[in-house]
Structures are given as structure tokens and as C-alpha cells.
Design a protein around this ligand. Structure first.
Ligand code: SF4
Length: 339
């Protein structure tokens, strides 16, 4: 089957599907996996795939729960339900995966290996992926650094989890495209990422390519897709966040910390408690409470009243809206996500 690829220009770079990806993408034997955080770039990836004519039957969403079904701390409480609502509205399968206890459990690692990984398929079946025994110790927060070796949270609860689930749950001889939602516009680090590359779970028998479909999207293209499909953004954008990711992200600006304090003050209390417990602070020579005090919440009053309950609970609004309005967090510049 031949497809006509829609090409369009963004300000700096044309958005194109690389030939190597295109060949695999339009092969009916290829499964197209989307790393789906529920944030704007992951939503844009799905909408872009639909625009490209990829049949829904070949698209599978994968979401990682960063708290690993342990204590609710780092994640937005509404994120799993938002992802479920989105998947249901678009009739797409959604796989949940997590490392037991998530970021917090890994912070408290003492003389042991990484926690096990679990996943739940779209059919509701659960599987356990045992981790190697070990004897290392963290007892600290992830480092606020670009280097993934010290800023270990991204790899421990997202990147490694996805590759383990893919390696164990997809056919060994299959063809996969793994879509991840980094955009060059987001940071200097991401500006250097490749558009596509061999995925780590690829083997002699399994062809697996990691593709960053929205790498050259400008933010206006992301929101234009939301508007075109009339999709309700994740509640965090309604409250003024520019990035979704973890609610408690180590890269949060003081204003973002102040906003977290406004809607979830118990999370700041809990982080203070952890700082005391670990005798380690998230920021150099600055305690979390001091960081909060340096900022001012940016949440618009009317949005606070409308969205706080859903952001900090279950997402219950419809995914498709009659009239689409740009959220308060669109084109905002507060730091609140990985670099
Ligand atoms: S969003 Fe922030 S806290 Fe969460 S995994 Fe990424 S860098 Fe770590």
C-alpha cells in the first residue's frame, strides 16, 4: 500500500519521516509503540501518527508509572486516569509498566539490586520481570544534572522499564518502531538527539527502531494538533505547567515549586522529611522549603478552582471538547521537566 506523506514546514526544520523509518512504519507487520506519558508531546505523537495514516490497530501506548504503585509522591495523581481516558477515547491499547516503588524506593536503595519491573497489558494481564540481585546503595535524591548516569530517575523508572518490557513482551522476530517524544526546542541536550536510531531492545532477529516523530515540532505545532482533534490537555497544562512529566520534577523552577506547594503542600512536607531522613538535599546547599520560598505560584485563580480537584485526583472530564481553548501552560517558560 502506498501512502502520501504529508510534509509541512516548521520555523527551522521541515518535519519529515526518515526513509528508514518510513519503510518500517508503513509495513503492516510493524507494531508502533508510543512512550505515552500523557504530556503534550506524547499526545502530539499519537495525533501525528493518525495524521500519517497509521492504522490504530498497529499503535500501542506504553505508560510508566513513576511512583511504581508505591507511595504517591512524584507523579501527578490524575496521570494514569488521563492516559486511560485518552486511550479509550481513541480506541488504542494501553500498557502500564512500573518499577516497584518507583523513584522513592530507588532513592532508599541500600545494599540491594534494582527493584523488579511489572507491567499490565491492555487486556489486564500482569507480568513480573525480576531484576538481578545486587548490593549497591543510593540513599540520595537523583542529581539535578543532564547526565543520565547521575540523574538516574529517568533511566530507572522510564527508559530501562520500557526496554525491559519490550524485550520480554514482544515477539523475538518482530518489527517494532518505538516512538519517544523529545523535541529539539525543549533543551540544548535534546537539540542534539538523533531523529531515529537502533533501539536497545533490537536483536539479530528483532528489528526495533527508536523514532522521535516530533523532534522538529515547534510547540505551536503540538497545540495545533490538540486543537485539530479537539483534545483536552492533561490538567497540569490547565493549571499553568509548561511540561507535564513528574509533578515533582527535580528540574522544577522556584515558581513551579511554589505552585506545587499551593496544590499539594503535603508533598513539600514529605520531601522535607526525606531530606532529613537521608541527610541529603535535592539542591546543593538549599533545602526544598527554601527553594519553594524563592518562587511564586503561577496558577490562575479560575483554573485553580476548576482543575485542582482533577489534577490531584482522578481525571473525569471528557477527552474530546466542543470548544478547544489554549491551556494556561501553553508557551509558558517555567522549568518543570527533564532537560
Ligand atoms: S520528569 Fe524529572 S523527576 Fe521525573 S524522571 Fe524525569 S527528570 Fe526525573
Amino acid at each position: 500500500m502506498t501512502y502520501q506523506l504529508p510534509l509541512f514546514e516548521i520555523e527551522e526544520r521541515p518535519v519529515v519521516v526518515p526513509t528508514e523509518v518510513e519503510e518500517l512504519l508503513y509495513d503492516s507487520d510493524t507494531e508502533v509503540l508510543v512512550a505515552f506519558s500523557g504530556g503534550k508531546d506524547s499526545v502530539a505523537m499519537v495525533l501525528y501518527l493518525l495524521d500519517l495514516g497509521i492504522p490504530k490497530e498497529r499503535i500501542i501506548l506504553h505508560h510508566h508509572e513513576v511512583d511504581g504503585r508505591g507511595e504517591d509522591l512524584f507523579d501527578w495523581p490524575c496521570t494514569p486516569s488521563y492516559c486511560e481516558a485518552f486511550a479509550e477515547a481513541f480506541n488504542l491499547p494501553l500498557v502500564f509498566s512500573w518499577r516497584e516503588g518507583g523513584i522513592l524506593r530507588e532513592m532508599y536503595r541500600q545494599n540491594e539490586g534494582l527493584q523488579d519491573v511489572r507491567y499490565r497489558t491492555a487486556d489486564g494481564d500482569e507480568a513480573l520481570l525480576k531484576s538481578q540481585p545486587g548490593s549497591s546503595t543510593r540513599m540520595k535524591f537523583p542529581a539535578v544534572a543532564a547526565d543520565l548516569r547521575t540523574r538516574w530517575c529517568s533511566s530507572v523508572v522510564k527508559i530501562d522499564v520500557l526496554s525491559r518490557v519490550i524485550a520480554s513482551s514482544y515477539p523475538k522476530g518482530g518489527q517494532l518502531i518505538i516512538c519517544t517524544g523529545e523535541r529539539r526546542e525543549e533543551s540544548a541536550g535534546r537539540a542534539t538527539y538523533k531523529t531515529h536510531e537502533k533501539y536497545r531492545a533490537s536483536t539479530k532477529k528483532r528489528t526495533a527502531i527508536q523514532w522521535r516523530p516530533v523532534i522538529d515540532f515547534r510547540e505551536k505545532k503540538v497545540w495545533a494538533l490538540y486543537e485539530k482533534y479537539k483534545v483536552q490537555p492533561h490538567p497540569c497544562y490547565m493549571l499553568g505547567w509548561s511540561r507535564c512529566s513528574c509533578q515533582i520534577c527535580i528540574f522544577s523552577s522556584p515558581n513551579t515549586w511554589a505552585a506545587i506547594d499551593e496544590i499539594a503542600p503535603w508533598k513539600i512536607d514529605r520531601l522535607e522529611e526525606i531530606e532529613n531522613d537521608l541527610d541529603h538535599t535535592l539542591y546543593n546547599k538549599l533545602r526544598i522549603r527554601q527553594k519553594v520560598r524563592k518562587g511564586r505560584s503561577f496558577i490562575p485563580r479560575e483554573m485553580l478552582e476548576r482543575w485542582k480537584g482533577e489534577a490531584m485526583g482522578e481525571f473525569i472530564s471528557p477527552i474530546f471538547v466542543d470548544k478547544w481553548n489554549q491551556p494556561a501552560g501553553a508557551f509558558a517558560s517555567e522549568e518543570s521537566g527533564a532537560v
